[in-house]
Design a protein around this ligand. Structure first.
Ligand code: NAD
Ligand code: ZN
Length: 369
């Protein structure tokens, strides 16, 4: 039986529905919510191959009219070119203010389709059907949508909240194991930020989750979405100067530097960078005397036991600490040799700091690389 997690942002409310075999019930789940019995599905080739026939069959059981636009899999599709091609095709076929856009795929499809929904005719209704663990626990919650530019990732976009999110764990059975692990890193991150009970739950259940147990996956998604929804409800537009949504970047400054060093070419998945970045954030916090060493050991033990990337030296590529530093300094607009970072006082106790000495960060990279 699906679980419904209500999200209340004050100006809008919607449900995240989590369960098994939801795709085949999409018609029934969506029909009461759609302002018009017309939808446009946006998906990628991988998701289309594995799961689109089931979604089509489910919609055919109802009187919902649909058409489908498919993009190539991968980060490259979050581009101006794809955005333009899809909007052209949507307008060419005709679209009305009440036609709903359905994002059916991972975070790439969610961000792209969400931005198309946010901007076409100044805003169309939008539904997320996330099909990767990462998108089920992270990118489908919070309303951020967007595309990449030559100047950087996610620099053009909009906040656009969905009518509902359907997280069907059955779709995860076809997801490559590496992608599953990468999504799991974001769940671990949530626990480490401010939900120590979630991290403890991960220590007990992480293995079953990565082995593909649907019940455990659904429970993890419920807990991680509840966590992210609390943070987002408190700081929907990322306006808090400290804490708030910024805490969701725990491990990400390091992770992004690793991804960027490899040119975002997919050799390192985002969640793999985050996995290593989480441990580096704990190392940095320990080195600054802010966090007990036992907490770092607990994090390291968990990542290693689940065979997640834990150290830079676990990766089959070599990185120079000075190159990684250069990325972070550019990213962060360093002031007076100080960087801003999400640090921890311990497991579940993250905070934002604006004055981390660049020298200490460099030392941590040298220790780990
Ligand atoms: P993705 O969408 O690229 O999906 C990963 C791969 O899995 C792709 O090859 C895809 O085709 C394939 N795939 C998807 N579902 C599948 C399934 N069920 N079975 C088999 N293959 C499947 O990547 P992702 O990790 O889901 O998302 C990453 C994106 O999310 C990035 O662009 C990132 O910027 C964005 N993101 C956005 C937010 C946000 O708040 N909006 C938050 C985090 C990440
Ligand atoms: Zn992330």
């Amino acid at each position: 039986r699906p679980v419904r997690l209500p999200i209340d942002l004050g100006h809008t409310t919607y449900d995240i529905v989590i369960g098994t075999d939801l795709i085949s019930r999409t018609g029934a789940l969506l029909a009461p919510l759609l302002p018009q019995k017309r939808v446009i599905i946006i998906t990628d080739e991988n998701v289309a191959r594995h799961h689109l026939p089931k979604l089509h069959a489910a919609l055919r059981e109802t009187d919902i009219q649909f058409r489908t636009l498919t993009v190539k899999p991968g980060e490259h599709s979050k581009s101006f070119a794809t955005y333009e091609r899809l909007i052209d095709s949507i307008l060419e076929e005709g679209v009305e203010r009440k036609t709903t856009i359905i994002a059916f795929g991972g975070g790439v499809v969610g961000d792209l389709a969400g931005f198309i929904a946010a901007s076409t005719l100044r805003g169309l209704p939008f539904v997320q059907i996330p099909t990767t663990l990462l998108s089920q626990v992270d990118s489908s919650v919070g309303g951020k949508t967007g595309i990449n530019t030559r100047w950087g990732k996610n620099l053009v976009g909009a906040f656009h909240q969905p009518l509902c999110v359907l997280a069907d764990v059955s779709t995860l059975s076809t997801l490559p194991h590496r992608e599953l692990v990468a999504g799991y890193a974001e769940i671990v991150k949530s626990g480490l930020i401010a939900d120590p009970a979630l991290f403890e739950w991960c220590e007990k259940n992480g293995e079953a989750l990565l082995d593909g147990d649907p019940e455990t996956q659904a429970e993890a998604i419920r807990r991680a979405c509840a966590f992210k929804a609390r943070v987002v409800a408190d700081d929907e537009r990322e306006q808090h100067s400290s804490g708030g949504r910024a805490l969701l970047n725990l491990g990400h400054t390091f992770g992004h530097a690793l991804e960027a060093e490899l040119g975002y070419d997919g050799r390192l998945l985002h969640g793999e960078g985050v996995s290593i970045g989480l441990r580096l954030a704990f190392m940095l916090s320990v080195k600054l005397g802010l966090c007990p060493a036992q907490d770092l050991e607990r994090v390291t033990a968990h990542l290693k036991r689940l065979k997640m990337p834990a150290q830079i030296r676990d990766l089959p590529y070599s990185f120079r600490a000075s190159d990684l530093m250069a990325h972070m300094q550019r990213d962060k607009k360093m002031q007076d040799g100080q960087l801003s970072f999400v640090l921890v006082h311990g497991i579940g106790q993250a905070f934002t700091s604006r004055n981390v000495p660049a020298e200490t960060v460099h030392q941590v990279l040298l220790d780990d690389g």
